[in-house]
Design a protein around this ligand. Structure first.
Ligand code: FAD
Length: 438
């Protein structure tokens, strides 16, 4: 029977029961009755499901792909016995598609509009590298010699070689190109299973590559490529090197809001970086690839090269000095506003309000916005102020928008609809802008 507590306000209401139910369905159980969730009765529901599970056999296992069904790798690797001095020189100096700039000389001539020039609201994108110990570990798992050089031949005429450095070393490929520390996708397990010779490992990989297996498994939500390789040693030993670029995706660049003003910091780009490190169900704490890599660089130990590009961001600040700006940038969200404040101060545009910092005692950005309702209303309604939000997505942008609408209602005597319309109109006129990331 459907219980009244189905929509209980408990955040994890019957969590275990629901999880077990999902898992039993995945194993092929059939339900005798619809699930009824209540505080004490779910124990009986387990029993029903177990009974059906024993009556009905699980569906036949998925079959691995036959040789004919397997897709050929996109590239063939040719290992070189030796590499000439000329080729080695070429390897060290030739660029890939990314420009290479010295770590803290990323800017450019402030008066130019060249590749290093930037204005407030711009972002810098960087492509990180894998840490040396992760490269070693990966090479050990796949029994690769990092010092070997190779060239690539595409197996299809329409496939292009993804990096200009060819020949290149295995170390270069793993360190700078393959994203070995990401969460593997469905396609990774699908391809991995095609190498399986060990029955136990093959069955588990088949489960992981099925749609149901993907939905139900916490391990898959947080595991990383290297963990999978270590957990399936027989399978890993069978992986063909030709499939490396099919198995592992390319490292993607990460964006960072520029936090400096070029005229004040010529030849420099400042960023505010949060180093990501968090615990998952895995033993090893997980680290953000780009933030950990940037934090590990030390320009005092010699030149450090960071491939980076300056791009136009989504925030633009008013040119008219008469327009005040209100900026909400909790955490690293303050980065673009630091740049804007430096730029506006240098240009004599001073009327700014900035909300920044970390949450304290359950006080969030939206509480601070509401506290300043009179000032904000005055600036927005009477002085044509621009309003900006930047920072970590999740709840923050919506909560700040809600707080702003409450300010309109409280100080401007508006209805909820009118407040929404006012916000929409501001957005259309670019007087409300946001740049958020997850
Ligand atoms: C326009 C823009 C501007 C940005 N500006 C800045 C900035 O100024 N400063 C800044 O520090 N960052 C900024 N970022 C974010 C930055 O680009 C990176 O996303 C961030 O640094 C993390 O990258 P990473 O490579 O270290 O982490 P990754 O290796 O990419 O790992 C991050 C992944 O971990 C997941 N994750 C995070 N926390 C947990 C958790 N507790 N449990 C489980 N999974 C989790 C995330 O969902 C994400 O998929 C900006 C992003 C954009 C798009």
């Amino acid at each position: 029977r459907e219980s009244k507590l189905k929509h209980s306000s408990y955040p994890k209401f019957n969590f275990v029961a629901k999880k077990l139910h999902k898992r039993l369905l995945q194993l092929g159980a059939n339900m005798l009755l619809p699930v009824g969730l209540y505080i004490y009765i779910y124990i009986y529901i387990y029993i029903y499901i177990y009974i059906t599970l024993s009556l009905y056999p699980p569906p036949a296992g998925l079959a691995p792909l036959s040789e004919e069904e397997k897709l050929p790798p996109r590239y063939v690797f040719h290992f070189l016995d030796e590499i000439s001095d000329k080729q080695t020189e070429h390897l060290q100096t030739t660029d890939n598609s990314w420009p290479r700039s010295v770590h803290d000389r990323g800017g450019g001539d402030p008066s130019s509009s060249g590749p290093g020039a930037y204005i407030a609201g711009d972002v810098v994108t960087m492509r990180p590298c894998n840490a040396a110990e992760d490269v070693e570990h990966f090479c050990q798992l796949l029994k690769l010699d990092p010092e070997c050089y190779f060239t690539l031949t595409p197996t299809d005429s329409s496939t292009v070689i993804p990096f200009k450095l060819c020949p290149c070393s295995v170390r270069f490929l793993v360190e700078q190109f393959l994203d070995i520390s990401a969460v593997p996708r469905h396609s990774f397990f699908e391809l991995l299973v095609s190498f399986a010779t060990n029955e136990l490992e093959r069955d588990k990989l088949l489960e992981f590559s099925s749609a149901q297996g993907q939905d139900c498994n916490d391990f898959l939500m947080s595991t990383l490529f290297d963990q999978v390789l270590a957990d399936f040693p027989h399978n890993t030993a069978e992986i063909s090197i030709d499939c490396l670029l099919d198995l592992f995706p390319e490292i993607q660049p990460r964006s960072f809001s520029i936090a400096s003003f070029l005229l004040q910091h010529p030849n420099r780009i400042h960023i505010l970086l949060a180093v990501m490190k968090y615990k998952s169900i895995l033993f090893k704490p997980r680290k953000g690839l780009c933030s950990s890599w940037l934090a590990s660089l030390d320009p005092y130990e010699g030149d450090v090269y960071v491939p980076l590009l300056v791009k136009k961001g989504s925030l633009s600040f008013p040119q008219d000095p008469g327009n005040p700006v209100i900026m909400v940038g909790p955490g690293t969200g303050v980065a673009p506003f630091r740049s804007a404040l430096q730029e506006r101060a240098a240009q004599g545009k001073m009327a700014n309000v900035l909300f920044f910092g970390c949450r304290r005692k359950k006080l969030y950005a939206q509480h601070r916005v509401k506290e300043q309702s009179k000032l904000l209303w005055d600036l927005i309604a009477k002085k044509n102020a621009f309003f900006y939000i930047a920072g970590n997505a999740k709840q923050m942008p919506t909560s700040v928008c809600d707080a702003l609408k409450e300010v309109f209602q409280k100080e401007g005597g508006m209805s909820e609809n009118q407040a929404q319309e006012m916000l929409d109109a501001m957005e259309k006129a670019k007087r409300f802008q946001s740049e958020t990331w997850s």
